[in-house]
Design a binder for this molecule. Sequence first.
Ligand SMILES: [Zn+2]
Length: 160
Amino acid sequence: MVTAERAREVAASVLDPEVPVLTIDDLGVLRRVDADGDRVVVTITPTYSGCPAMDTIRDDLVLALTAAGFGDVEVRLTLSPAWTTDWMSEAGKRKLEAYGIAPPTGRAAVRGPIRLALAVRCPQCGSLDTREVSRFGSTSCKALFECRACLEPFDHFKVH
Ligand SMILES: [Zn+2]
């Protein structure tokens, strides 16, 4: 059955290759799905410009939709408006924390000369006594943090 609802459902179930507990829908990367017969146009916005995961997501979308019976699948990338961590669903943030990655805290919408330094909570023990070790963690979308309480390093999904 190739319906618009089915196309949306299949596209929304594609997992983020970097954080395989999150779907691209949880992340807010999936912007829109338009289907007309067996033709589907999926619009995604990368979490981070130059995020290498986008190529994998594009391939996974084409594979999943083709397998679901859609014959003509196009994946479009839109950079405007830019992705923000505000688009991540609450369920997505909970899954991220359960996976061991500190979810983005606060809201990216706060703009101006003053950048609020928000405490990042350790996903292992919950301590707020953490520090940034490196601006870039396992991928450019994440920063590497270290917990002073349990001494465990962890990735923090950057707010941007
Ligand atoms: Zn800790």
